[in-house]
Design a protein around this ligand. Structure first.
Ligand code: SF4
Ligand code: SF4
Ligand code: F3S
Length: 375
């Protein structure tokens, strides 16, 4: 084991390989507050990458209802229970990561789902159990909150899948940090399936190899956002690049949201992988739940989000989500407009911060015609 610095837990930790950051790291921000669980992202990915034989159960992208949903079943509960207490001292994680909690002779603390755990994505997760009598809607037998969590591979800085493979079949691309399975090397040991805490590696029983989200790298190489991003109906997603905190640039939209405003947070940072999909937490869920899921910055992030309407930069940047299919490495606000710009600082997209409103009179006196059917 080597020592590697993980900024998300505020300390160095044990990892199978020494710290080595890619030239650029693929990253994303998902605004949970805007997700409507339409599953368009799920289908966009499914039809693009996992419509083949042996891939039927695979969901490189899935959307689950929290706290009741999970795919595969109990992916988070199982591991959190195994890991035990996860204590933070301020911004520093005082507990053990899944690398540090691994049993002797193992590289990662993990577990492997059974086939049945993959059998029923989403089924029943939005239903309430027990009897709800007429007029008793406000007396459900559980707390009255939930939110939708969209999940893809996090293209982690310290991937557990990569660390666990005895054949070294998983690699992280130095040019963009995307994590891939080398199909030619993989022999189906499934240690990666066991190790990934987010359960984003899937074994294909027909090919005998494992497969995972590829961050749509053929699109990324063309400067275009992945399928699940450009098809997102709720416009909750923004793809880009994240810098290490000491190299953060405010003109980089991901750096601005993650490092400058600390509005977007990693999923279960305490596991130790430095995942690179960042979430703007839901503002209506209990603080303790959010802190366990997104770390000690959750309360502050929610405060910042609530203030967004009075912060033109945050408000404007959130308007760039879903505004273009291009990856936006730079941005700037120009009065009431926000621009996405490319690496050479050329304009890609320009959006107004406020939607223009046009009011059509019900009756057009000039042409003496009714413009709507209810004048
Ligand atoms: Fe590997 Fe899982 Fe991290 Fe993706 S989320 S890079 S599959 S450990
Ligand atoms: Fe699927 Fe591409 Fe989204 Fe990964 S990035 S979940 S491969 S659509
Ligand atoms: Fe390695 Fe996973 Fe294949 S452990 S051999 S990449 S199934």
């Amino acid at each position: 084991m080597a020592l590697a610095f993980n900024w998300q837990i505020g300390r160095s930790m044990s990892y199978w390989y020494p710290e080595g950051r890619p030239k650029r790291q693929f990253a994303a921000v998902f605004d949970i507050n805007k997700c409507i669980a339409c599953q368009t992202c799920t289908l966009a990915c499914k039809t693009t990458w996992t419509s083949g034989k042996g891939q039927e159960y695979m969901l490189f992208n899935n959307v689950e209802s929290k706290p009741y949903g999970s795919y595969p079943l109990a992916w988070d509960l199982n591991l959190l229970t195994k890991l035990g207490a996860q204590e933070w001292r301020g911004k520093e994680y005082a507990g053990r990561t899944i690398f540090e909690a691994a049993a002797a002779g193992e590289r990662v603390l993990g577990w492997r789902p059974d086939d049945l755990d993959y059998a029923y994505p989403n089924v029943g997760e939005d239903d309430c159990t027990g009897r709800v009598d007429r007029g008793a809607a406000m007396h459900l037998p559980h707390l009255h909150w939930f939110f939708y969590l969209a999940r893809i591979c996090n293209h982690c800085t310290y991937p557990a899948c990569l660390a666990s493979c005895p054949r070294g079949s998983i690699y992280k691309r130095p040019e963009d940090g995307i994590v891939l399975v080398d199909q030619g090397r993989c022999r189906g040991y499934r240690e990666c399936v066991r190790a990934c805490p987010y359960k984003k590696v899937f074994f294909n029983p027909l090919t005998g190899t494992s497969e995972k989200c590829i961050a749509c790298y053929p699109k990324i190489e063309q400067g275009v956002q992945p399928q699940c991003f450009v098809n997102c109906i709720g416009k909750i997603r923004l793809a880009g690049w994240i810098s290490a905190p000491e190299k953060a640039r405010p003109e980089n939209p991901i750096d601005f949201l993650v490092h400058v405003k600390k509005l977007a947070l990693p999923l279960f940072p305490q596991l130790g992988l430095e995942p690179n999909v960042y979430y703007i937490p839901p503002i209506h869920a209990p603080a303790a739940f959010l802190e366990q899921m997104f770390g000690p910055g959750a309360a502050q992030a929610i405060e910042t989000y609530r203030e967004a309407a009075r912060d033109p930069d945050v408000c404007g940047l959130l308007g760039l989500f879903g505004s273009t299919e291009r990856v936006v490495p730079r941005w700037k606000r120009d009065g009431e407009w926000v621009e996405g710009r490319d690496d050479d600082d050329r304009q890609i997209v320009r959006v107004p911060m406020r939607e223009p409103v046009y009011i059509q009179e019900a009756f057009d006196a000039k042409y003496q015609v009714a413009r709507t059917n209810c004048p």
